[in-house]
Ligand binder design. Structure first.
Ligand SMILES: Cc1ncc(COP(=O)(O)O)c(C=O)c1O
Length: 460
């Protein structure tokens, strides 16, 4: 991969040489991968399904390319797990982290020049009056802090979230998620409620013309708030586009209607943008697609492009709520973290990468719609910027999930040199937003081939 030099632009730096990548020199997972994996998993337990299904051992990454310990080179269609939005080891981000690793690593929550620069930059790029911040070290801890802000700001306790949302794995966060997928916390935290959200491919309520009827969802929420809560609701906490839930994009009129409902009933709206922000969907905040300003927002993953730094951002009227939640933490806002987040933010802003992410999403959607025409197991395709999904079904009428096909497509594409992170029957894709068009097309070709081979193998 060579030593890094500053790129004149991230796109130039990240451009993949398709004559050398993907390149599978040993069928993966190769012997060295397997040996490391066996040694590591003697001790390291609790692996995700993706790793269990394809136990490759990665050695290095640069831009949109990953290399395993057997010398195979992969196109990166996962960004870690929606994290390295600007590609692996972006020179500007890596240099910023290294600078503070050499000068000042931790100063608790004392002010530092780099933190000052970061909060001023955030206030500049974020919409509306989202101008109060606190920093954390994981998406989950940011979500927990966001919930504490909602409670402090309203003096109320209950929370609503949506079926198949994901917000993290501590007790409050997991209580606002599809809890059965967790082996612990079998009882939701007191005050946590779940309601359905509009999924255009699986609508609960439709209009006479067959389109999804968001008014009925909103009417249901109103009834639920009245009948099923104790009337002590602090906030609605939800993902703008569901990531883990399968890249599910709500209808355009949903969030404006939800915002209006929250305003009418005096409920705060918290957007968990840990996964969807910082260019992943082509905007700083995914909520900007619908012109809706949340009261509280969580940022993570691509926010520090790999450095563990996350953020809770609140609107002006709720800034003071941070004072009453004992907001600080050991690592929140440490200088290395602030440097990573500031560098990532500057790169995205200076190079207009939000637009490029949207452009890649449009290209991918066109290509995936073609796949839908050609493969009957492809039930639905969706993309917003570099957040993409393909839903595999056994039958287009019943829409029954095809998890077996999902696992096969995943393994076949990986074996051809595509590093990615599908889950069950949803092929989830989150390439770095600095990917070039030809590499995006090559990655989608690999998926197309893998779907075709899977259809044959399963006798479709
Ligand atoms: C929307 C959302 N919120 C919160 C989290 C939790 O973040 P972390 O894994 O950094 O704790 C995730 C992680 O995938 C997420 O997608």
């Amino acid at each position: 991969m060579g030593t890094q030099t500053m790129p004149s632009s991230s796109l130039e730096w990240a451009k993949v040489d398709l004559s050398t990548t993907p390149n599978v020199v040993v069928p993966p997972p190769g012997p060295r991968s397997r040996e490391y994996h066996a040694r590591c998993t003697n001790h390291f337990k609790g692996l995700s399904s993706q790793v269990k299904l394809f136990p490759v051992t990665f050695e290095s990454g640069e831009g949109c390319v990953l290399r395993d310990v057997d010398g195979n080179r992969y196109i990166d269609f996962s960004s870690g797990i929606y994290v390295t939005t600007l590609g692996h080891c972006h020179p500007k981000v890596s240099e910023a982290i290294a600078r503070y690793a050499r000068t000042l690593m931790n100063a608790h929550d004392f002010t530092t020049p780099i933190k000052t620069a970061l909060v001023e930059k955030l206030a500049e790029v974020l919409p509306g009056d989202l101008s109060g911040f606190q920093f954390y070290d994981s998406g989950t801890t940011a979500v927990e802090a966001g919930i504490r802000v909602l409670r402090a700001a309203t003096g109320k306790n209950e929370m609503l979230s949506c079926y198949y949302d994901f917000h993290g794995k501590t007790y409050n966060a997991v209580s606002l998620a599809h809890i059965r997928s967790q082996v612990y916390g079998r009882v939701r935290a007191p005050g946590a409620h779940m309601v359905p959200r509009p999924d255009p491919y699986h609508p609960l309520w439709t209009r006479p013309d067959g389109t999804i009827d968001t008014d009925q969802y909103i009417a249901f929420y109103e009834e639920y708030l009245d009948k099923a809560t104790v009337g002590d609701v602090a906030g609605f906490v939800l993902e703008p586009i569901q990531g883990w839930g399968g890249s599910v994009i709500p209808p355009d009129d949903f969030f404006p209607k939800l915002r209006a409902l929250c305003d009418r009933l005096g409920i705060l709206l918290m957007a968990d943008e840990v996964l969807t922000s910082w260019g992943r969907t082509g905007k700083w905040l995914c909520m900007e697609h619908w012109g809706v300003l949340p009261d509280v927002v969580t940022l993570g993953k691509g926010f520090g492009n790999g450095f563990p730094v996350t953020c809770v951002a609140v609107r002006e009227p709720y800034k003071e709520s941070f004072e009453s939640i004992s907001a600080s933490s050991s690592y929140g806002g440490n200088p290395m973290a602030c440097a990573a987040a500031l560098a990532s933010t500057e790169v995205i802003a200076e190079e207009n990468l939000l637009e490029w992410s949207s452009h890649l999403g449009d290209l991918a959607l066109a290509r995936m719609l073609k796949m839908k025409q050609e493969h009957k197991i492809v039930g639905d395709v969706r993309a917003r910027g570099c957040l993409m999904g393909i839903e595999l079904v056994k039958d287009r009428q019943t829409k029954e999930p095809d998890n077996q096909a999902g696992a096969l497509v995943y393994q076949k594409a990986f074996a051809k040199g595509l590093a990615w992170i599908p889950a069950g029957h949803i092929l989830r894709m989150s390439p770095p937003i600095v990917m070039d068009e030809a590499t995006l097309a090559r990655g989608l070709d690999i998926i197309d081939e893998a779907i075709g081979e899977t259809e044959k193998e399963l006798g479709y």
